[in-house]
Ligand binder design. Sequence first.
Ligand SMILES: [Cu+2]
Length: 167
Amino acid sequence: MAAKYIVVLVAITTLMLRNHNVGATELIVGDDAAWNVPGSPETYSTWASKHTFSVGDVLVFNFVNGSHTVALVNKNAFETCNTSNVNSAIMSQSPVRVPLQKTGQLHFICTVDDHCLSGLKLSINVTDKSPLSPASSSTPPANSSPTNIPSFAFVASSSLMLFFVNL
Ligand SMILES: [Cu+2]
């Protein structure tokens, strides 16, 4: 229970911080590890669990050209690393930039050799950006009630919590 409570608190805090961010967030996949065959197969699921993905954000895959690719696949192809069943062009020019345009699950794999089987795969859950809250320095619109923010945060954090718990 304590762990879930902490996850909810972190999610709410994240949402509230996000309310103050304007514009797209660029997310460097893997951070310093970039898009490379990882030492641990969980590298990219761990990375995904530490980030929030919102409509309007941009995923950036960095790698050495010729070493890797990025392709969008369905859930089944993601799980089985079926590199012959891709839903997008195979993107091979680093950096590959993928704007997140709608909510839902997105699955990416590298189609080179057995890289996907070695863990070079990424699954993310894209959610709606929280509604723009009035900046604290400006006058709130008349139809904006502060009570809307906690309730929204609760609903959104609940779904985030489920996302974390399901990992
Ligand atoms: Cu690769």
